[in-house]
Design a binder for this molecule. Structure first.
Ligand SMILES: NC(=O)c1ccc[n+]([C@@H]2O[C@H](COP(=O)([O-])OP(=O)(O)OC[C@H]3O[C@@H](n4cnc5c(N)ncnc54)[C@H](OP(=O)(O)O)[C@@H]3O)[C@@H](O)[C@H]2O)c1
Length: 244
């Protein structure tokens, strides 16, 4: 293995949750660097649209990442890979603990935590030497607001999982990107006016004075895939949100 070759050229990069938002931006950036990209999400039509938007060629596959059997089948089909990026996620349940129904809250771990857990479990034996995982958390862990208990807990769990896997799966590398507020479909549940006002408030409060774009945070994933000397790290990419 050449530790001074930082290129993604020809590397097989699998992006779980690559059909939109941050994952799609990672797929586009990796493909632009010559990687062989495989985009995976739960919706076949969205996967095909995303593949069509890639510079160069790429592959698409459909899988429900909240279902272990589906994740296992996916990696049997993929066979071997160089890098795994996990960005699959859904709108999280917000609300104070007093009004949280625990059974419903528990289900939110299925995709973001257990989905990532299953992906690492079934991909690890198929990783080529020099391979890496880049997982996703969020600043809900270090900087929660009231009502964010579910998101904060999932993000914190992902950070612990990342460090544990970096030790257990070495010399494979395992890192995590912790995004701040990024303009993606994740916020599509809000009405247009409410969302614009939310983005404007966030931008005004941030040291960088703008909301994050998927293309910006994608660079953090690309960096962690290419950086052979980083493992077990949490790369916060948040416009300075945790400082203010
Ligand atoms: N945007 C932000 O402000 C922000 C901030 C902090 C953390 N994050 C985290 O970053 C990650 C990416 O978010 P994003 O903003 O890029 O959201 P997004 O645009 O909504 O993308 C989410 C992706 O997950 C896929 N997905 C959802 N359910 C799935 C399932 N059961 N199986 C397979 N794929 C599934 C979606 O594709 P299909 O619908 O086609 O399945 C889509 O590709 C999420 O974990 C999110 O919580 C986002």
């Amino acid at each position: 293995m050449d530790n001074l070759n930082f290129s993604l050229e020809g590397k097989k990069v699998v992006i779980l949750g690559g059909s939109s938002g941050i994952g799609l931006a990672v797929a586009q950036a990796a493909a632009a660097e010559g990687a062989q990209v495989i985009i995976v999400s739960s919706n076949a039509a969205r996967v095909q649209r995303a593949v069509a938007e890639l510079p160069g060629t790429g592959l698409g596959m459909q899988a429900d990442l909240s279902d272990e059997a589906s994740v296992k089948r996916l990696f049997e089909e993929i066979s071997t890979l160089d890098h795994l990026v996990f960005t699959a996620g859904e709108n999280l349940l917000l609300g104070n603990i007093s009004e949280t129904e625990i059974g419903t809250a528990r289900e939110f771990f299925n995709l973001r935590y257990w989905g990532a857990f299953a992906a690492v479990k079934y991909a690890a034996p198929r990783m080529n030497a020099g391979g890496s995982f880049v997982l996703t958390g969020g600043i809900a862990s270090p900087r929660p607001n009231a009502g964010w208990a579910i998101g904060a807990s999932i993000c914190a769990a992902m950070e612990g999982f990342t460090r544990a896997m970096a030790v257990e799966l070495a010399p494979l590398r395992v890192n995590l990107v912790s995004p701040g507020i990024i303009r993606t479909n994740l916020w599509s549940g809000m009405g247009d006016t409410e969302r614009d006002a939310f983005y404007e408030n966030v931008a005004n409060a941030l040291p960088v004075r703008h909301v994050g774009e998927a293309e910006q945070v994608a660079q953090a994933y690309i960096y962690l895939m290419k950086q052979p000397f980083s493992t077990g790290q949490i790369l916060v990419t948040d416009g300075g949100a945790v400082l203010v």
